[in-house]
Design a protein. Structure first.
Length: 53
């Protein structure tokens, strides 16, 4: 198996995992990816923009 084949396979698995996470979130009524991004945001009232200024 070539290195490029492994990279393509890894990207396909990552895409499938994202789709599964989105489907589970949609069925439970939550946007799990947005919740994960919000959990990493700084606690300032401005969010990311205030942290980068």
């Amino acid at each position: 198996m070539k290195k490029s084949d492994r990279i393509v396979m890894a990207l396909a698995l990552l895409g499938a995992a994202i789709i599964v996470i989105k489907m589970i979130g949609a069925m439970s009524g939550y946007d799990l990816i947005e919740m994960a991004v919000n959990a990493t945001r700084p606690t300032d009232s401005g969010g990311w923009l205030a942290a980068t200024r």
